[in-house]
Design a protein around this ligand. Sequence first.
Ligand code: ZN
Length: 156
Amino acid sequence: MPLRNIRQNNDPVLRQKAVYVSKFTPQLRLLLEDMAETMLAAEGVGLAAPQVGIAKRIIVVKVEEGVLEIVNPEITSAEGKDIDVEGCLSLPGVFGEVPRYDRVTVSGRDRNGKKIELTAEGFLSRVLQHEIDHLDGVLFVDRASRLLSPEELQKM
Ligand code: ZN
């Protein structure tokens, strides 16, 4: 399975509003597999389809058990507040403190079109919110309360 090219910085696809997936085809499954492989090869913890140049509502997230795939993900409930440092495979070398909900429930579809729902807290909740933002053309720097300085980056 081929690795996909990760779009970076000012690539316009990163700012597009992605469209819903209506057909659960073998092509979709190939895309999901390529996205997972691309994410793992880049040592990322999540990847959204626009980051590989495809403006569709699809995300993959690294979890303990493997790779979580969500098609047409929606946050259906959110609570609590948390602030932590984020980066993005599409914005190399940039890190910032981003306020997020501490706990979210996300619903969507799996690769076969079957309904799925999960509730996540802490880090996984943060990754889900970051990836779902990508589907609306939102990058973490848009939400960051501040970006880390070069001195802070050196310490990381
Ligand atoms: Zn990102």
